[in-house]
Design a protein around this ligand. Structure first.
Ligand code: HEM
Length: 546
């Protein structure tokens, strides 16, 4: 009779000087049996834990709901699943661990705003965290604690509400150039908007203006931003089975390829910051490099702090502007109201200025509605996680559980936003269309509680001044097809990225008068002169970084 006990085989195997194949099948059998037992015990644990968690699809052992999670725009399915289970909270098993998806504003606020002392950490993230070497060194992924606080404080010095007043003229000048670019060539309006967003943060971060869209840093930045999709549950097997990330590279080369690439990118951003520190004038990189020793920052921390200006601020801002253009083309009555307000407050003989901001409530409402209507960060950026176990509505939420706000569902809930796909700035005016919402702002485009977007003041200031200027300048209309007919716009045609934006659509930007066209040209020229102090090239590339 073969012996199926691994324990008794071990000495036999070791003692045997010549390997005997006859021993292998029973040994493997025993191993398989033990593994099976481990899996069964673990599955029983999962199922017991599941009984105390919010509802959700039934998980498989080891892989949980990995196969059930749609690989494209999963937020659409989660909105439906929450309705199916009749609960705004939904549990998904990413491998052996639960993730909670929150599908309405009030539950999200209960957890992430009212209990923000508990829910302001981040879960252990394998790909975007460990693989990209960001778990310890980047504010976006760092766990709640002193190191994260230091990062947040430093970021605040450059994009906090006080600091951003100092960036107004850079944003205003770049938006004047953007307006002229749209007037001159509507076919490249998306690229012009991206150049504008990158240039603003590049000047603030490294003191260097981006003049061309094919600029090396701009292109590197755009590539860098693609990593935002690494966070979507179900995107990587490694997230479901973290052990895969520890396999030797000759078996599974992906983890080390990602890690080495990330280290290289961090070296690049560090060197870029060191280079910027030598420039005349102020920039964020200079401040951080100067304080590196005093704050005890590793080179990777410096890279993270500076690169976050791009990672956080470029795609988000560009996509929100493009969304607003889509809304203006698709909902001309909102555009008419905006023009009426601008004509009344600003007139057509000068462009809007900082002092007009408080007198343009409808334009402000357009910005808020655009952030609500098609929120760029459709899953609220990066998941939160509680630092301790918690009980909410009788559910037991273990420490470290990823909590994802499904902003797609939250911002389209008909209770808060009737006819949610209709663009109605009136929702954000203090009139009858304003519905109760758990926070004063009336939406969560910038996240929740202590973790909410550090760059919000910069983003809001830039969006308001840019949208006001574009609306003052142009009649925005859908582009024309080959037969000269206006194209039909699809307000649901959005990319599948977690930082979503409209699929490309043609648009026309017609100056609202001859005089306005003249002002656009004149202001752009003067803005270009004012920004000349930030001109300059860098020889540093990813290929030659030391
Ligand atoms: C329309 C523009 C923007 C939107 C919609 C947006 C949205 C978000 C969201 C949803 C989060 C996650 C919040 C949470 O976890 O609760 C976030 C975090 C963050 N954002 Fe933004 N963001 C924008 C612009 C910016 C800009 C301009 C910067 C910097 C220049 C920036 C830097 C950051 C940083 C550093 C974090 C991490 C905060 C932390 O974990 O402590 N963002 N953003």
């Amino acid at each position: 009779m073969p012996d199926f006990q691994l324990g008794s085989y071990k000495p036999a195997l070791l003692a045997s000087r010549r390997f005997s194949w006859t021993l292998l099948p029973p040994a493997l059998g025993s191993l398989a049996l033990i593994l099976l037992l481990v899996v069964v015990v673990d599955y029983v644990r999962m199922l017991q834990q599941r009984r105390k968690l919010p509802p959700g699809p039934f998980p498989f052992p080891l892989i949980g709901n990995h196969l059930a999670i749609p690989k494209v725009k999963p937020w659409l399915a989660w909105e439906k699943w929450a309705a199916h289970y009749n609960d705004p909270l939904l549990t998904l098993w990413v491998g052996r661990k639960p993730t909670i998806i929150v599908n309405d504003a009030w539950s999200a606020s209960d957890l992430l705003e009212k209990r923000d002392k508990l829910y302001s950490s981040r879960p252990h993230i394998i790909v975007m965290g460990d693989m990209l070497n960001q778990t310890e060194t980047n504010q976006t992924c760092a766990v709640y604690g002193d190191h994260w606080r230091l990062h947040r404080r430093l970021t605040h010095t450059v994009v906090g509400s006080q600091a951003v007043r100092g960036h107004y003229s850079v944003q205003a000048n770049e938006s004047k150039i953007l307006t002229r670019n749209l007037m001159d060539d509507a076919t490249t309006y998306v690229m012009s908007i991206e150049r504008y967003s990158i240039s603003v943060v590049s000047i603030i971060g490294w003191g260097r203006r981006i003049d061309r869209m094919n600029d090396y840093i701009a292109q590197t930045a755009l590539k860098f931003m693609e990593s935002v999709d690494y966070i979507v549950p179900g995107a990587f097997w490694m997230e479901s089975i973290p052990q895969l990330a520890r396999l030797p590279s000759w078996i599974y080369p992906l983890p080390s390829a990602i890690f080495n690439g990330a280290k290289h990118t961090q070296r690049y951003f560090y060197q870029l910051s060191k280079e910027a520190a030598q420039k005349p004038g102020d920039n964020f990189a200079k401040t951080i490099i100067k304080g590196q020793q005093e704050y005890g920052l590793a080179d990777e921390d410096v890279a993270g702090l500076t690169a976050n200006l791009i990672g956080g601020g470029v795609d988000t801002t560009s996509s929100s502007i493009i969304t607003t253009i889509l809304a203006m083309c698709a909902f001309p009555e909102a555009q008419r109201e905006a023009h009426e307000e601008l004509d009344r407050v600003v007139g057509r003989d000068r462009s809007p200025a900082l002092s007009d901001e408080t007198s343009l409530p409808y334009i402000s409402a357009i910005v808020e509605e655009a952030l609500r209507w098609r929120t760029v960060t459709v899953l609220g950026g990066i998941p939160h996680a509680p630092t301790h176990d918690d009980v909410y509505r009788g559910f037991h939420i273990p420490a470290g559980t990823p909590i994802i706000g499904n902003v797609w569902a939250i911002h389209r809930h008909p209770r808060e936003f009737p006819d949610p796909d209709v663009f109605r700035p009136e929702r954000f005016l203090n009139g009858p269309e304003r519905r109760p919402y758990p926070n004063k702002k009336g939406h969560n485009a910038f996240g929740w509680g202590r973790r909410q977007c550090s760059g919000q003041p910069l983003a809001q200031q830039g969006l308001l001044l840019t949208i006001a200027r574009l609306l003052w300048a142009f009649d925005m209309k859908p582009g024309l097809d080959e037969s000269g007919n206006q194209v039909r716009l699809d307000v649901f045609a959005y990319t599948k990225s977690e930082n979503m934006r409209p699929e490309p659509f043609p648009a026309r930007f017609t100056p609202r008068s001859e005089k306005i066209a003249e002002i656009i040209r004149d202001e752009a020229e003067r803005a270009r002169e004012a920004l000349r102090i930030y001109d300059g090239e860098t020889k540093l590339t990813m290929e030659n970084v030391p």
